[in-house]
Ligand binder design. Structure first.
Ligand SMILES: NC(=O)c1ccc[n+]([C@@H]2O[C@H](COP(=O)([O-])OP(=O)(O)OC[C@H]3O[C@@H](n4cnc5c(N)ncnc54)[C@H](OP(=O)(O)O)[C@@H]3O)[C@@H](O)[C@H]2O)c1
Length: 267
């Protein structure tokens, strides 16, 4: 996808992956609309990206009124070429200790909001005969990992949504890309995740490198991109032989649980 003068809406733009991705998008000529709840950090990002054309719209993507506002603004100002659903959140704890309200909010942010934002923006894309939707999932959307149970469920939903919509839109000018990174060194991960990663030798990528891979997947309009080796192989094995992955995770479970349960508020 050629990005020069393309209008791109990026949710989660102020986060650890959002900032380097925003930088790549504007340096390749995109006119960027950045979205997040914290207006000050969006303004700071805009200053960092100057003199590129960047529009900040602060709000909560889980709010229906905010999604409608975004759709109206995009439609009234020439439409949108690319929607990147990047905003997300996670927890790392044993499932019985999940806070029900936080659990529900994670489904809202990671799954319901990107699905409904796509629903709000897609009709205008189809009417104008142009557009592309990019959903940022996770390797954990295709590989259930203990103590990330809720997060895995949200990203699995996003993966299937992306797959079905891509097939549904195959004979239209609107494309769909799903990108699934493995763990990345950003603030979405708590100290407990970093400690667990260290203790279990779990690989964690640098945000700049992952943003570059996401950008490349967008550029090539990939259907799906799973990032990280051997994780992308584990995704394939899990689909064919889940019992093999059951046994592999069981070995690490005791060690992982030590960090997950320590980090749980109710333990
Ligand atoms: N880091 C990883 O290990 C990793 C691995 C695989 C996939 N991913 C996925 O990559 C995406 C980005 O993660 P990240 O590592 O960059 O996380 P991050 O640094 O915590 O950034 C999250 C971003 O989402 C925004 N956000 C969260 N809730 C929102 C809401 N309700 N409305 C609007 N914006 C909201 C945050 O801004 P405000 O707080 O200002 O709203 C922030 O810009 C997520 O979807 C995540 O699941 C991350």
């Amino acid at each position: 996808m050629e990005l020069t003068n393309k209008r791109v809406l990026l949710t989660g733009a102020s986060g650890g992956l959002g900032r380097p991705l925003a930088s790549l998008l504007v340096s390749n000529g995109a006119n960027l609309v950045v979205v997040g709840r914290n207006a000050a950090s969006l303004d700071q990002l805009k200053q960092e990206l100057a003199p590129a054309t960047v529009e900040c719209i602060s709000g909560d993507i889980t709010a229906a009124a905010f999604r409608e506002q975004l759709a109206t603004q995009m439609a009234q100002s020439g439409g949108l070429d690319l929607l990147i659903n990047l905003a997300g959140t996670n927890t790392f704890r044993n499932f019985e200790a999940e806070d029900p309200a936080e659990l529900e909010a994670m489904f809202q942010t990671n799954l319901i909001a990107p699905v409904l934002l796509t629903r709000a923006l897609l009709p205008d894309m189809l009417q104008r005969g142009r557009g592309h939707i990019v959903n940022i999932g996770s390797i954990l959307g295709s590989l259930g990992l203990p103590y990330f149970t809720t997060y895995c469920a949200t990203k699995a939903g996003l993966q299937r949504f992306s797959e079905a919509l891509r097939r549904e839109l195959a004979d239209t000018p609107v494309g769909v890309t799903y990108v699934a990174p493995r763990a990345v060194r950003t603030a979405i991960n708590s100290d407990a995740v970093y400690q667990m990663a260290e203790a279990t030798n779990m690989a964690m990528d640098e945000p700049d490198a992952v943003a570059t891979q996401i950008f490349q997947a967008i550029n090539k309009e990939c259907s799906e991109a799973y990032l990280g080796w051997p994780e992308k192989l584990f995704v394939r094995i899990n689909a064919l032989l889940p019992g093999f992955i059951d046994r592999a995770t069981a070995k690490q479970n005791r060690e992982t649980r030590r960090f997950a349960v320590d980090s749980s508020p109710e333990q």
